[in-house]
Design a protein around this ligand. Structure first.
Ligand SMILES: NC(=O)c1ccc[n+]([C@@H]2O[C@H](COP(=O)([O-])OP(=O)(O)OC[C@H]3O[C@@H](n4cnc5c(N)ncnc54)[C@H](O)[C@@H]3O)[C@@H](O)[C@H]2O)c1
Length: 436
């Protein structure tokens, strides 16, 4: 099959590379020349494990190419995927659909044959109808089919998620859209990935409902963690105790500094906006959004509290800045609010992140970026683990403590056992534990 991918970001590039690896011919297009130039030079514009090798192999095999020219990309395509960004619209939280509609308008002006147009971007219910209207109005005689195929990959594990998905959701209003998408994903059906074919609006809703549920699950365990601290219980044991129940499931029960990233924050807001527009209260999601927002700054205060309630004249070293490990994505990372709270409290802040510092540095100019955990900890009164990169899972505590002003570890990801930390003369503050 011949596939065009509009938008070569975290989703478009991974999806395009994986489709080409299935044997399809894929052209990825992006407006951002620097991304396409980098890809032409064999450099990845994002950090995603395994992506460079996957891209290189499929470019060499002649299945994958990159361009800034939409017309070249879509010429003769059987399916055109729209994988552009849908950030929060300033002011009301609605998904900003200008990139999606912009791509649809460009397509309407460019496509000279009927084909299947698929929104892979996360878009509010009804967006497919609007994309269809845009295409139909400009070229009423061309037979396009507009489908929804939401993407569920996770940054940091994106290739594995794409190639071994829990499910594939296809939302269509006609047989042609379903037939083409079944063909696109055929290699995965052979691996028995479950496929769910629904109406287009239902597929659009599934993506938001999934993200809102996961955000709620995280927020639930975070609030239980706060209660554990107050009553003398251990949240990790509580999480295990409830997660072993098959009806609940163990995933997304890790208490931490609050969810961030490019999806949950904006998608929960967009879902709430849709619900408000239709006069349907989603109280659980509202509470989740509010609790999570408050939590991020509360984590900064937790660090200040651990230093005796005052941060003035003190240095805090943050280990990890990205919203999760194995990505360089800083969008809505909890570290942004934590840094601001620490700076507001008068702290000097240093940081080290294995992949995120290039993007993070301009977002937090006051933070002194260092080249290792130990350099960041030099002279620090507290080290706080903000992101659970593997690089922080086996810290040399003697070396760390040797350069710090005070031996204090605030483990916002609960990656260390208390006895291990205490053994090296550190104080240890974790999430959801009353012990010190
Ligand atoms: N990042 C994730 O983990 C993830 C997971 C699932 C779903 N999604 C959804 O996928 C969509 C894309 O997310 P992302 O993280 O890949 O975004 P991104 O910002 O990394 O990439 C979007 C790309 O689209 C390009 N673009 C915008 N308009 C264009 C146009 N008209 N023509 C060509 N290129 C254009 C931009 O230059 C950018 O490179 C969003 O709706 C997001 O919610 C993201």
């Amino acid at each position: 099959m011949k596939i065009a991918m509009i938008g070569t970001g975290y989703v478009g590039l991974v999806s395009g590379a994986c489709f080409s690896d299935f044997g399809h011919d894929v052209v990825c297009v992006d407006k951002d020349e620097s991304k396409i130039d980098a890809l032409h030079a064999g450099r990845m514009p994002i950090y995603e494990p395994g992506l460079d090798a996957l891209v290189a192999a499929n470019v060499a095999a002649g299945h994958l190419s990159f361009t800034t020219d939409l017309a070249t990309a879509v010429a003769g395509a059987d399916a055109v995927f729209i994988a552009v960004g849908t950030p929060s619209r300033r002011g009301d939280g609605h998904a900003d659909l200008s990139y999606v509609f912009g791509a649809a308008e460009e397509l309407a002006a460019t496509l000279d044959h009927g084909c299947v147009i698929v929104t892979k971007s996360t878009v509010p219910v009804g967006t497919g109808d609007e994309v269809e209207r845009i295409l139909r109005e400009s070229a009423p005689t061309r037979a396009h089919s507009v489908a929804s195929n939401p993407e569920f990959l996770r940054e940091g594990a994106a290739i594995g998620d794409f190639k071994r998905p829990d499910r594939i959701v296809i939302g269509t209003e006609d047989a042609r859209g379903e037939a083409v998408l079944r063909e696109v994903y055929r290699p995965l059906f052979l691996n028995e990935a479950p496929i769910l074919v629904t109406r287009r609006r239902t597929a659009e809703m599934i993506k938001y409902a999934a993200n809102a549920f996961l955000a709620t699950k995280i927020t639930f365990i975070n609030e239980i963690a706060d209660l554990c601290e107050a009553v003398g219980a251990e949240v990790q044991d509580v999480a295990r105790g409830i997660g072993l129940d098959n009806r609940i499931g163990a995933k997304f029960l890790h208490a931490g500094p609050g969810y961030g990233g490019s999806c949950f924050p904006k998608d929960t807001l967009a879902l709430l906006k849709t619900a408000q527009d239709h006069d349907v209260p989603l109280r659980l999601v509202e509470a989740t959004v509010q609790a999570n927002d408050l939590r991020k700054r509360a984590m900064g205060r937790k660090i200040v509290q651990a230093m005796g309630g005052s941060a003035r004249g003190k240095t805090v070293a943050l280990l990890g800045l990205t919203f999760k490990p194995n990505t360089d994505d800083m969008r809505d990372s909890p570290s942004l609010a934590i840094v601001q709270t620490l700076l507001d409290a008068g702290a000097r802040v240093t940081a080290y992140d294995p992949e995120g510092m290039v993007i993070a540095a301009p977002m937090m100019p006051e933070v002194e970026m260092q080249q290792s955990a130990y350099a960041a900890a030099d002279g620090a009164h507290a080290v706080a683990i903000v992101t659970e990169w593997d690089a922080f899972r086996a810290l040399d505590f003697d070396r760390l403590g040797g350069v710090m002003a005070d031996r204090l570890l605030v483990d916002l990801r609960n990656i260390y056992r208390r006895d291990e930390v205490l053994r090296h003369g550190f104080r240890h503050i974790a999430i959801g534990s009353s012990a010190e």
